[in-house]
Design a protein around this ligand. Structure first.
Ligand code: AMP
Ligand code: MG
Length: 410
């Protein structure tokens, strides 16, 4: 039996980083850039006004009040035909290009205009209220670096320099195979001995959340050939996730099926609870995770091993779920020799967190992993976790970090 830390290391060392593909900006959010993008343009493309007001020569407005003749108006998007000479001004708007001859903008609030003459009531320094050419981006500047997780602001910058397509890491294609003679598809009525294949839905959602592309295959029965054929069907996938059939039961064929298709088994059995029978192997660059069938075990193994593996495949550097220190509210007994992922509900307490263990830690009780859930990591050596002590908790649900009311005030 391998430890959790060693198992995770084996998984991540075997996980490659996928190649690149070119996608439109709209598809790039959250993906990892694989190229440096250099701007050929200046943004803004020319000096422009930060205010509605009058474009003037700085030297003309060093004292107040002054009166200047208005020679024209330049709404945003247009260019003033003439020049602003000594003693004149042009009406200008936010975003308007600064007319030739002018270098300063006086805001409209500090002026009065009548009969073609504007009175500037307040002296201003030369250059005031001018956004200079290239202030945001200079020609030749790197606007996107490889390894960046593309966000909305990056997309805006790329758009403003005319980049419509960007090269990013491919999304991992993840085939999902549920195994079990008892399983029925969601739209079938389960008989007395039947179980709806919920794992496939759980995992497809989790894969999508991790940035992967889930491919759900039909249920495989507890027969070696069935499971082997399903694995062969998933030849296009970067990752295959199976659930069920990895224990020591008479009908647990996943390991034999992996052997039959030539998968190099890296480990089977991890010193953890839940999810002890987790199996992992590789075939070339493809990864196989044999997850236990119990819904909780499957999702816990996904969070701890598959999630970071998918994030690494997608090119991310920060690949693990966040971990917060939380105060345990009730004493918990844990199995000696196994790292236990105790299902807890995380809640804020002042600047910190509390972890309330779910009453039922059964590996079939999926509600213990619903909203607000975390996994408190109980080290293998511990037999008892004391109420009031602080332990690391894996945050499974990002919305745990969000707040109902703004956590700031003006
Ligand atoms: P196994 O690991 O195959 O022994 O399955 C352990 C338990 O998980 C059994 O109670 C199964 O019915 C249940 N189970 C296995 N596969 C699934 C699945 N795809 N969806 C829901 N429950 C499952
Ligand atoms: Mg089974």
């Amino acid at each position: 039996m391998i430890s959790v830390t060693d198992a995770l290391q084996v998984v991540l060392e075997a996980t490659p980083v996928l190649g690149a593909e070119r996608v439109t900006l709209a598809q790039s959010c959250g993906r990892v850039a694989t190229e440096a993008v250099t701007s050929l343009r200046a943004v803004p493309s020319a000096d422009n006004s930060a205010m509605d007001g009058y474009a003037v020569r700085g030297a003309d407005v060093a004292t107040d009040p002054v009166r200047l003749r208005v020679v024209g108006s330049a709404p945003a998007g247009s260019l003033l035909a003439g020049r602003v000479e000594h003693g004149t001004a042009a009406k200008i708007f936010t975003g308007s290009i600064i007319p030739a001859g002018a270098d300063t903008v006086v805001r409209v609030e500090d002026t009065d205009e009548a009969d073609g003459v504007v009175t500037i009531r307040v002296a201003v320094k030369p250059g005031t209220n001018v956004r200079s050419q290239g202030e945001d981006i200079r020609p030749g500047a790197t606007v996107l670096a490889p390894g960046t997780v593309v966000g909305p602001a990056d997309i805006g910058v790329l758009a403003s320099v005319g980049r419509a397509v960007v090269s990013v890491r491919r999304r991992p294609r993840v085939a999902i195979v549920s195994t079990g003679a008892e399983l029925v598809e969601i739209d079938e009525m389960p008989g007395a001995a039947g179980v709806v294949n919920s794992n496939a839905y759980v995992l497809a959602a989790a894969v999508a959340q991790a940035g992967g592309l889930p491919i759900v295959l039909p249920i495989a029965r507890d027969r070696l050939e069935d499971i082997r054929d399903r694995i062969a069907d998933a030849a296009e996938a970067d990752v295959i996730l199976s659930t069920g059939g990895v224990s020591v039961g008479e009908f647990d064929f996943v390991r034999d099926a992996l052997d039959a298709v030539g998968v190099e088994r890296r480990f089977w059995k991890v010193a953890q609870k839940p999810g002890k029978p987790l199996t992992f192997g590789t075939l070339g660059r493809r990864l196989f995770f044999g997850l236990p069938g119990n819904p909780v075990s499957a999702l816990v193994c996904f969070a701890v091993y598959v999630w970071p593996s998918l994030r690494k495949l997608g090119g991310h550097a920060a690949i693990h779920h966040a971990v917060v220190p939380a105060r345990l509210v009730a004493t918990v007994r844990t199995p000696p020799g196994l790292t236990e992922f105790v299902r807890v509900h995380l809640a804020r307490e002042g600047d910190g967190w509390t972890a309330t263990p779910f009453a039922t830690q059964g590996s079939g009780v999926l509600s213990s992993l619903a909203r607000g859930a975390g996994l408190l990591v109980a080290p293998a050596a511990a037999a008892t976790l004391d109420a009031g002590s602080v332990y690391p908790v894996i945050v499974l649900d990002d919305t745990t970090l969000a707040t109902e009311q703004p956590a700031f005030s003006s």
